[in-house]
Design a binder for this molecule. Structure first.
Ligand code: PEP
Ligand code: MG
Length: 553
């Protein structure tokens, strides 16, 4: 057994096989051989049986995902498998070339991949990946190796130098158990995504994480930041037992779902959940959250080949709002740039993208893209309790510019007799030191503040949150500086009579939660899996015990 150590970026225990290959188009291993004329019907029959199994397999995957958007992916796979041209091509290759079914499926996959790649429509072009995906699945069923299907593997621990958010959102749909990386940081968006999905991640393992470990069994302990490669029997037993204990603890926490979030001295705190992908909708509803405090809308824009249209966005926002009923949903407008990009966006290359044109700076420079999202949001506003907020704000001037775009969008909707809520609440994220320091000047311009402690920390400490340096440099004294800024923001919000929320990851920090509550923060928004844990801290505290601590920050 080898024990690898890194930094825990997302808690949880996972058992799986280490996989260093995250490429989706890997050529499957199979024998190529010629068959006799008399074997043709048998090969066609094998292909038909494997096709049925693959359809059943994707149907099961589709059932595992509650959102329409994700179901649609696997529905499309099933549709493609049954496609007449695809089926005819495989059967014809078996008969004409007298090859085994595996060879005919892979030849067909390559023919269709080329056809899709030559299409001008970017959506259809991207279907080339799907045809490879379904073909690999059929080949695996032909070989009775469903578990080895790399793309939809059920028990894989993915290993890489580092992960980018679009990789995570693609791969999670396919059921990977844990992520571990050589580099990376707790504060990266990939880690945030996985914490919200409740999938274990360990970063910063260093060179000990070596590709020769590919294919070995492992246990990932996301609580302790350890990976046990080829674990011995006693480790397996110990960690299985701990897993049972964690499950019991979680079951106990779930008893708090319907308990109101009120401190011992009767201060009521709104406790909301963050949402990064649409798979989390069910867990948010179950977690007893008061609403969605941060929906990171940029994840709608990743993992695809072109900008989502107004109607596509509307469908997604509508689904979320209708599911949440009268609970508030705060959707943050596109916060693209830095580590969150997709190749179709062609973002300009910058030396320091985290300090460049990201978030609202990108949107204000690209009004078409911004207004498409605003139109979708305003149209969606009639389907539930929607508020919107804007990332990376640094000045009142930006807020006024945003409001001009909103004015144009609303005027156009009104001219076209399209319903929308003209009184939708507009908030800003306080995630740059300048916004925190000048919060008294920004407060009169907006309906609420939401503090993004992840960015506020990186910009205050001057360390890229992607960098492993962040793991080392974040400590009590750097946190202290950020806490002073947060206290200033809370005071500005209080004086201007607007609510202040925290949606960055400090919002579930066990030591800081009582301080936020005592300072007068009105709402905390945390990953769905942390809602009950955070509630436990709040219902067990009394603000009188933390007053001095806050006063002397
Ligand atoms: C933050 O910066 O704290 C935040 C909530 O936004 P993100 O992590 O998506 O940048
Ligand atoms: Mg941020």
């Amino acid at each position: 057994m080898i024990i690898l150590e890194g930094t825990s970026a997302s808690e949880g225990l996972a058992f799986g096989t280490l996989c260093f290959d995250t490429r989706e188009d890997e050529t499957p291993m199979f024998d190529i051989y010629l068959i006799d004329n008399t074997d043709i019907p048998k090969e066609v029959e094998r292909f038909e049986e494997a096709t049925k199994s693959a359809v059943g397999y994707f149907r099961k995957l589709a059932e595992n995902f509650e959102s329409v958007a994700h179901n649609a992916i696997f529905e499309a796979h099933m549709f493609m498998i049954k496609d007449r041209d695809y089926q005819d091509s495989v059967v014809s290759i078996i008969s004409r070339k007298k090859v085994n079914a595996e060879t005919a499926v892979w030849d067909t996959a390559k023919i269709f991949e080329k056809k899709f790649e030559q299409m001008s429509d970017p959506y259809l072009r991207s279907r080339s990946q799907d045809v490879l995906d379904i073909s690999i699945c059929i080949i695996n069923f032909l070989q009775n190796k469903t578990k080895a299907h790399k793309v939809v593997g059920q028990e894989l621990v993915l290993c890489a130098e580092d992960f980018i958010p679009s990789q995570i959102s693609q791969i999670k749909q396919r059921g990977v158990r844990a992520f571990i990386s050589k580099y990376g940081s707790y504060y990266s968006h990939s880690a945030i995504l996985l914490r919200t999905m409740n999938v274990p991640m360990i970063v910063n393992i260093g060179d000990d994480l070596h590709p020769y470990m590919h294919g070995k069994d492992a246990i990932v302990d996301g609580y302790e930041g350890k990976v046990y490669v080829e674990p011995d029997e006693s480790t397996i037993q110990e960690l299985s037992q701990r897993n049972e204990n964690y499950k019991k603890l979680n079951a106990d926490l779930l008893k708090l779902v319907h308990v109101p979030c009120i401190t011992e001295d009767e201060k009521r705190i709104r406790l909301c959940a963050n949402m990064n992908t649409f798979n989390e909708l069910k867990s948010i509803s179950k977690a007893g959250a008061d609403g969605i405090g941060l929906l990171r809308s940029e994840f709608i824009y990743l993992d695809r080949d072109s900008y989502p249209s107004e109607d596509e966005q509307l469908e997604i926002y509508k689904e979320v709002l209708e599911t949440m009923g009268d609970k508030e949903v705060v959707i943050r407008t596109l916060d693209i740039g830095s580590d969150k990009t997709a190749s179709y966006m062609n973002l300009e290359q910058e030396e320091n993208p985290a300090l460049g044109r990201r978030g609202i700076r990108f949107c204000l420079k690209n009004p078409e893209i911004f207004r498409t999202q605003l139109r979708a949001l305003y149209r969606a506003s009639v389907y539930g309790n929607l508020s919107i907020m804007f990332p990376m704000i640094t000045s009142a001037k930006e807020i006024r510019e945003i409001k001009k775009h909103i004015g144009l969008v609303c005027q156009d909707l009104a001219d076209k007799n399209i319903d929308f809520n003209e009184n939708m609440k507009l908030g800003i994220m306080i995630e740059t030191p300048i916004a925190a320091i000048m919060s008294d000047k920004l407060a009169p311009e907006v309906d609420f503040f939401s503090i993004g402690t992840n960015d506020l920390s990186q910009y205050t400490i001057a360390v890229d949150r992607q960098s492993p340096v962040m793991n080392d440099i974040c400590n009590a004294s750097t946190q202290h500086a950020v806490m002073r800024l947060i206290k200033n923001v809370t005071e500005s919000a209080y004086k201007n009579n607007i609510p202040v929320k925290i949606c960055g990851d400090m919002a579930f920090n066990e030591e800081l939660v009582p301080l936020f509550v005592t300072m007068g923060v009105n709402e905390l928004s945390v990953p769905p899996a942390k809602v009950c844990k955070t509630k436990k801290i709040i219902i067990g505290m009394n603000t009188k015990n933390f007053k001095d601590h806050v006063r002397f920050l």
